[in-house]
Write a protein that binds this ligand. Sequence first.
Ligand SMILES: Nc1ncnc2c1ncn2[C@@H]1O[C@H](COP(=O)(O)OP(=O)(O)OP(=O)(O)O)[C@@H](O)[C@H]1O
Length: 588
Amino acid sequence: MKNIKLLAIAPYNGLKDLILEEAKARNNLDVEVHVADMLEGVELVKTLQNKDFDCIISRAGTAELIREVTDTPVIDIKISIIDMISAIKLAENYSGSYAVVGFRSITEKAEIVRELNDYSIDIQTINSLLEIEGYLTDLKMKGVSLIVGDVITSSKARELGLNTILVTSGKESVKNAFDEVVNLLKLLVIFDQKNILIKKIMDYSEMEYIAFNKERKVVLTNIKTKRQYFTDFAKEIVDQLFKEKECEIIKEMDNSLTLIRGKLFESNEEVYACFYFRAIKPSTKLADPAITFLNVFDESKTNLETIPTNNKQLLKVIKDVKSYSNATNPLLLIGEIGTGKDFLAHAIYKNGPYQKSPLIVIDAKYMDEKKWLNLINKDNSFLTESNITIYMKNLQMLNEACQQLLESYFINTYIHKRNRFIFSFVNGYSDVFDKGPFLQFIRNELGAFPLVMPTLNDRKEDISSLTSLFMSELILKYGKQVVGLEPKALQLLQEFKWTNHIDQLKRIIEECIILTDTYFISEESVQSVLANERFPTANTTTYLDLQKPLDEINKDIINLVLSEEGFNQSKAAERLGISRSTLWRKLK
Ligand SMILES: Nc1ncnc2c1ncn2[C@@H]1O[C@H](COP(=O)(O)OP(=O)(O)OP(=O)(O)O)[C@@H](O)[C@H]1O
C-alpha cells in the first residue's frame, strides 16, 4: 500500500510537536505540518491544494473552516475532557475571576467539567469569529481577568489586556485523530478500488455509456472519441430523460442502428441520467421502408383524446382501445386503405405500457421471405428484445410461405408474450390471407382483439372536422388564407364515394387549397378536383354494398356514375336514362 499523504494544520506550535512525535511512531505516513490558525490555515490549505493530500488534520474552529474549502477529508483533533480538565485545573489556581470562551467543541467539554466538579464557571459559547470581541469586552466589564479558550479567543483576549490559558490538545487526542485518519483512509481505499473495478468492467463491456449530473455536466463516460455523435445525441435528449425517467430508443447513427437505453440513478441524494449505447444489426437495409421506428421523444400528432369523431363505430373502437391501453394483449386493426389504421396504431403505442421504448413498424408490403428469415434468425435482431411495441401492418400481403414462417416463429419464441403486438390488414384484399390459417392463428391462438375501422363513407359526419383539421395544416404549408368550404362544397365531399378514405380526403383538400385564391373553397373547385379522381370501372361492384336496401343501392349507383362523369349531372342523367330532376330526387 502506498504511503498516506497527510497535511496537518496546527493552530499553535506545541501541537505541531505532538503531531510530529505521533507521525514518527507510525509507518506509511508522509506528514507535512504547518502552524496556522483559523483563516490563515484556510489560505494555506488553498495554496497547497495541488499537492493531492489524502487527508488533512487540524483542530476545532480551524478544522471546521478548512472543511468548507476542500473536498479532501478533514479530521478534527478533538479536545478531550482530559484536555479541558487540565486547562480548568490551572485556571482554578488563579486568584482572580475567569471564564471559558470558545466554539461549541470547547464549551461543551467545559460544561461537563463544571457539572462533575460542581464548579461555578462562566462559560460563553460563540458561533462566529465576529462575536468574540463583544463577549470578551462584556466579561472584562464584569470583572473577569482570565480567559480559558482556543487560540483565536486567547489571542483576542490578550489584545484586550486579559490573561489567558490556552486549551491544548494532549497526546491522547492527537493519537486518536491519527487512528481516525488511518481508519477513514482504509475505507476510502476499499471504496476507490471498487470504483476502479466497476469502471474497468464497464469499459470492457461492448456498451458505451455516458452519465450526466443534474447540471447536465458529464460525470462519467467511456464513449470513444470516434463516436462523439453518441455524446452529442445524449446531450440533445438528456433534459427529456430527466423528465421521463427512462427511455429506450432505436436510432440510425453513422450508418448503423444503435439501441440507446436511458435511466436515472440516485446516489448520495443526487440524481444522475445515464445512457447506454449498443449497436444492433439491421435485418434490412437502413433506408428500407419495410422496418421503421418511432421513438418516445419523436414528435407524433396521434392522440386518442383528439381523434375528431362523432361516429359511433369509431367511438366504440376508441373506447375498446382505452380499455386495452394498459394490457399487453395483441390487437388486430381491420379496415380499408387509408381509414386510419396506422394513426390508431401510433395512438395505441403512445397510450400503451411500453411507450418509453420504441415502436417498431414492420410493413409486410415491403417484406419478402428472405427479409422475414433475416429478421427472425439474427441473434441480435431487435426481435430478441422485450417490452417493446411491434406493429405488423399490411398482413394481407403475406403469401402462404411467409404466413407459415411467422406462425412457427410465434409458436417457438413466444415473442408475443414478451412484447405488445399490433397487427393490421386491409380486409377483402386477398383471399390467401382472409381465408388463410394465419389470420385464424392471430385471432384464436394469439388472442388478438379485433378493432374494425369504419370507412370514410361510414363517417360522413366527421368529414367536416377532418377537413378543418387538414386545412389548418395545409394553409401553413401553402401560406393561403383559406378559412373553410362553401356549404355545397362540403356536401359534395360528404356525398362522394371514397375509396382511399382519409388519405384520399387529405389529398383532395390539398389540391383544393392549391387551386383556391379566395377565403372559401368553392363547390366548383371541389367538383373539378373530384372529377379527376379515377375510379376502377371494371370492378364497380367492389364499391356497391348489395346488402343495403334497393333505394340505397340505387343512390350508390347514381353517385358512382356521377363521379365517373366528373359530377356533370346532365351527363350522368343521360347515361342512366333518367332526367336531371329524377336524378336529384333519387339522391335525396
Ligand atoms: N383521426 C385522424 N385525425 C387526423 N388525421 C388522420 C386521422 N386518421 C387518419 N388520419 C390521416 O389519414 C391518413 C391515412 O391514415 P393511416 O395511414 O393511418 O391509414 P391506414 O388505414 O393505415 O392506411 P394504409 O392501409 O394505407 O396503411 C394519414 O395521413 C393520417 O395521418
